[in-house]
Design a protein around this ligand. Sequence first.
Ligand code: C2E
Ligand code: MG
Ligand code: MG
Length: 331
Amino acid sequence: MDVIKAPFELSSGQRIWMTASIGTSLYPQDARSTERLLRNADAALYQAKDAGRNTYSSYTAELTQKAKHYLSMDTRLRNALDNNELRVFYQPLIDLATGRCKGVEALVRWHDPQVGLVPPMDFIPHAEQSGLIKPLGEWVLQQAIADFQSWLAQGIDLGVLAVNLSPRQFTEAGLVQKIANILADKHFDAQRLELEITETALISRGDQAECDLHALKALGVSLAIDDFGTGYSSLAYLKRLPIDKLKIDRSFIKDLPDDVAGGEIVAAVIAMGKAMHLEVLAEGIETAEQQAFLKQKECTTGQGYWFSRPLPASELLKIYRTSNQPIPQFA
Ligand code: C2E
Ligand code: MG
Ligand code: MG
């Protein structure tokens, strides 16, 4: 690594710096065949790259376990997509002043016939890594729009439909065109669609994020920053980017109203959102006290188990039908 690190000159006179990532596997303790040794070294190399590159890593048996787990998860998830084992649940977004439903967030679930219901946190990060998130995310968008359309056709208007976009989806070439095509195909009103993006996705995209968001915005959809406060929360991007909504992360809500510092942060974000004409939604409201606190700080929108857990479409409609209101009322 030290040798490679030294700069060298191309024939054009340009100076070049390189770094190396190295994976090692030892004979005979790690493997006895050439093929195995190389495969193990390759696994170690990937670990070195994962650790930020310009470093080295040695093979361990655990790496093989990891690779096996990764492969089996990948196959299972691919099958899940093919065999229709994915479901979309919906969680209401509530107008805190009136308790009415202003929209729903689509949240994916995996119904694995062997394991049961797998939460997204157990497979979304994996799908992100393997690239499966692209077909998976597209499926969620298609399914959620189809559900929402069928509700509208039955005269049921739940407001806006919020769909999560993961960082990898956000950087996908042709994403804007893909969404435009889906909207056109399904004759879905773009103003009904809200895309949720995390701060991390924006930061990793750098200056390109601004172009991407403007292109998405030009479709007529609205944009929300998900899990606000857990990433870099750059004030510069809030000013520059065409964002409509901030979703304050549940970690700031969960200890309210006792958590004084958390309360101050939440109040400040609400005030800032108001000044910047952004809608502010509090995630993860679980108690009446949290709701009261947020209402008092003039937070306009909320979401959480206190109002409703994410529900399958059929259960959501049951609530809607029994509520006897043009717009269902929660809490
Ligand atoms: P998120 O977008 O921030 O979604 C909110 C999460 O908080 C959901 O978890 C929801 O069930 C949970 N939640 C809502 N209210 C409460 C509450 O009062 N208390 C607690 N403890 N939790 C509450 P879920 O459904 O497990 O999803 C987790 C994350 O997985 C989502 O976080 C989102 O980042 C990701 N995800 C879910 N569906 C999709 C999808 O279709 N595509 C992508 N790219 N990501 C998704
Ligand atoms: Mg979300
Ligand atoms: Mg969130």
